[in-house]
Design a protein around this ligand. Structure first.
Ligand SMILES: C[S@@+](CC[C@H](N)C(=O)[O-])C[C@H]1O[C@@H](n2cnc3c(N)ncnc32)[C@H](O)[C@@H]1O
Length: 358
């Protein structure tokens, strides 16, 4: 078997051993026992923290329980994603998240490997993993996924073609697509066929099965029969625009993905009531779309701006549906001094305007 190797490659990274973390319900500051998370009254869960800890924590109760995992991790782009924040008329800059690894591809791959192993453990037997990357590292990660899931568990490499993003290419063609790698936990995975509308309806020969062989259907005079087809099976090249600030869905988060992209993914790989997770949730696109499509969800992110935006987006969406005083999800965090200070400053209740800074 072909395997990817790098210096100090570890099966399980040292830093996930023996992690004992306690999560607290942020809004009701009570110590929540693990049993409460799996009660009949399901509440969607948003974790604010390092996802390696969150994943490790979830293996206590959620191994084999998550039906679809979509992640959009840092791409090894070498960029730090900056934002401009406006608060009560004052402006300041901050970092939404870092994707700076120097030349250290080894540590980037180890970071992903540690998490992919845990994704696999958390996936249900019918589950699918969608991992969103681009040209920087997707070729390495595919080999890594073959190693962890098995090459025979490869399902698709979806090309997301974003035709509306400016991309300079002086000595290369402009780069205009991302890669979404799809792997399944077993051969028996959820997969709902999606169809898309054709630009123009086409005439197609009607085919029928005769004694196990597919043949052209004919009328009583022996003429072939045509039918008009308005849609087609969705293939693995998806033409969907990049989010633009003019969109009413735009949050200002630098790498917010298009909700249509997530809608396709969630519809393909899960059914109503299934449990969907995104452990690098950013502005919360996956969780919002999952909510709209009546899936249960778990999300996590390390950045306070991400948790701020995700919470705001979900509450905004839910406010017309249920009693606005009832949180439609619970937020958990492993409290350190920094988090406590941020919460007590009223950060999550502030009215912040967040803009991507180029
Ligand atoms: C590309 S963005 C996700 C964007 C998201 N798909 C959206 O539509 O807004 C990657 C996110 O991963 C988060 N992240 C990076 N490393 C992380 C870690 N170790 N644990 C948790 N979150 C992490 C960043 O804070 C960032 O919000």
């Amino acid at each position: 078997m072909v395997k990817l190797s790098w210096e100090n490659k570890a099966n399980i990274s040292e830093n996930i051993k023996d992690l004992k973390i306690r999560y607290f319900n942020y809004f009701k500051p009570v110590d929540v026992g693990i049993g409460d998370l799996k009660g009949n009254n399901w509440k969607n869960l948003l974790f604010w923290g390092e996802n390696l800890n969150v994943l490790h924590y979830l293996t206590n109760n959620f191994s084999g329980k998550i039906d679809l995992i979509y992640v959009d991790p840092p791409f090894f782009s070498g960029t730090d994603y900056r934002i401009k924040i406006e608060e009560d008329g004052n402006q300041y800059d901050s970092i939404a998240y870092f994707d700076h690894w120097g030349k250290d591809l080894d540590s980037y791959l180890q970071m992903l490997r540690d998490r992919i192993v845990l994704f696999r453990e958390l996936l249900s037997i019918n589950g699918l993993l969608f991992i969103h990357l681009d040209w920087h590292a997707s070729h390495y990660v595919r080999v890594l996924l073959d190693e962890i899931f098995g090459a025979n568990r490869f399902v698709n490499s979806i090309v997301w073609y974003y035709y509306n993003k400016y991309s300079a290419g002086k000595k290369s063609l402009p780069r205009a697509h991302d890669d979404i790698l799809v792997y399944s936990k077993s051969a028996n995975y959820t997969f709902n066929e999606l169809r898309i509308r054709r630009k123009k309806p086409i005439k197609q020969l009607k085919r029928v099965m005769v004694d196990g062989v597919l043949k052209n259907a004919k009328d009583e005079k022996g003429h072939v029969i045509y039918r008009v087809v308005k849609d087609k099976k969705m293939d693995d090249v998806w033409k969907i625009p990049c989010m633009q600030p003019a969109s009413k869905e735009w949050t200002g988060f630098p790498t917010q993905k298009h909700h249509d992209l997530l809608e396709r993914i969630i519809k393909i790989g899960s059914n109503e009531g299934d449990l969907v997770a995104d452990f690098f949730c950013g502005s919360g696109t996956t969780l919002l779309v999952a909510d709209k499509l009546n899936r249960r969800w778990i999300g996590s992110d390390i950045s306070e701006y991400s948790i701020y935006l995700t919470r705001k987006r979900l509450l905004n969406y839910r406010k017309n549906i249920i009693d606005p005083k009832i949180e439609p999800f619970e937020i958990y965090a492993h409290f350190d001094e920094q988090k406590k200070n941020l919460i007590s400053s009223g950060f999550f209740e502030k009215d912040l305007k967040i803009k991507r800074k180029k």
